[in-house]
Design a binder for this molecule. Structure first.
Ligand SMILES: C[S@@+](CC[C@H](N)C(=O)[O-])C[C@H]1O[C@@H](n2cnc3c(N)ncnc32)[C@H](O)[C@@H]1O
Length: 359
């Protein structure tokens, strides 16, 4: 099998491995690569952690074939599955694996998908308007462009492309499709360019970039899949398990940030030396906000330029519970909650917590 053209240097590889290392060295570590792609990150994990087992997911059968070829030498340490990443619970059940220790999302399109002209992802190459990551199912970009109601097209372009000229672009598409079906990336790119005012065309890169991004997200239902996949991945993490997510645009990063923030916050009273059972955060953030790439990384790998990396570790809830037991355990007085006005619950030592909750 030939190597795909273009860059396929795994993005932030060393940083990902540094963050995942404590989880990958846990006994019997199971690592899930949610976006296997060409298998660059996965290969490095398998090489450097000889005891780790890999589950690799991708919705693109072509990517899976490349990865299979690349990882064949690791034999039964690899399970490569054709799946959308939110299908993790089903995949784990089928493999009889109850929990995972390490996980990586490297979102977006692969260099293979961008380089293969007939996939229709690239506005710079003429191709049929497809854009499906999984070419075995789903609607194509051609169907979206030619059949969606104008209002729905405007919503897609605004919401997923943050395209401020969405109504002008859609008017132009609707006029064109009344004459002839729009079937190629080149025709669509041309329509978008002509619909955008000349002054705006001179700034911000290729004028078709936002429209193409929006259509790709719509065709692949990318944000819905991510909304479901991040919680599924976090639920599957064993105590001390770690997850790294790399996203390349703000819509994805917002979803990831929201979920990680919600789970890394305590819902219990403030000013306690230990968390009350069931109220402590389930995650510890390993990165302060989102981490940008270094200049050296961008120079070596242009795809890394827009990356936002976030990483977390699953807190061991049993460890937390035993800390609580130690502090307020059998024979010791349990704390009692009081609520300060407008604030969170507080603890008065010597009072009873049971039966009292926060509003
Ligand atoms: C940027 S590439 C990953 C590159 C990979 N880390 C490597 O080192 O080769 C992203 C891959 O994720 C896949 N992908 C995107 N969305 C997906 C989803 N919802 N479910 C499964 N795979 C997905 C794409 O098909 C693509 O192959």
């Amino acid at each position: 099998m030939g190597e795909p053209r273009g860059t396929h240097v795994p993005v932030l590889l060393e940083r990902c491995l540094e963050l995942l290392d404590p989880a990958l060295t846990l006994p019997g570590a199971v690592h899930v690569d949610f976006t296997l792609g060409l298998g660059g990150h996965a290969e490095a994990v398998l090489e450097r952690y000889p005891d780790a087992v890999l589950i690799g997911l991708d919705r693109d059968t072509e990517a899976l074939a490349h990865a299979r070829h690349r990882l064949i030498r690791f034999g039964d340490r690899t399970h490569l599955v054709h799946a959308v990443y939110d299908e993790l619970p089903r995949v784990l059940e089928e493999l009889g694996i109850p929990a995972i220790h390490s996980g990586l999302f490297d979102l977006g399109v692969s260099s293979l998908q961008l380089d293969e002209a007939d996939r229709g992802f690239a506005y710079a190459q003429d191709a049929p308007l497809d854009m499906r990551m999984d070419q075995s199912r789903g609607v194509t970009a051609e169907e979206v462009v030619n059949t969606y109601e104008p209002g729905d097209l405007v919503r897609v372009l605004r919401q997923y492309g943050e395209e401020k000229f969405a109504p002008r672009i859609v008017s132009s598409i609707v006029r064109e499709r009344a004459k002839a079906r729009i079937t190629s990336t080149a025709r669509l790119a041309e329509l978008v360019k002509d619909a955008i005012p000349a002054a705006a065309r001179r700034t911000g890169g290729n004028p078709a970039k936002r429209t193409f991004q929006a259509l790709r997200i719509e065709v692949n239902r990318e944000l819905e899949a991510l909304e479901a996949a991040v919680p599924a991945a976090l639920d599957a993490l064993a105590p001390h398990g770690r997850l790294v997510v790399m996203s390349y645009q703000s819509l994805e990063d917002r979803i990831v940030k929201r979920e990680l923030a919600a789970r890394s916050r305590s819902t219990g009273p403030v000013d306690l030396p230990v968390e009350l059972p069931g109220t402590g955060p389930s995650l510890r953030l390993l990165t302060r906000g989102s981490e940008p790439p270094s200049e050296a990384e961008v120079a070596a790998n242009p795809r890394a330029a827009s990356v936002k990396l976030r990483a977390v570790e699953r807190i061991d809830e049993q460890e937390q519970a035993s800390k609580f037991e130690k502090a307020f355990g059998a024979g010791r007085e349990r704390p009692r909650m009081s609520t300060t006005r407008g604030g969170r619950g507080r603890i008065r030592p010597g009072a009873n917590v049971e039966g009292e909750g926060r509003a």
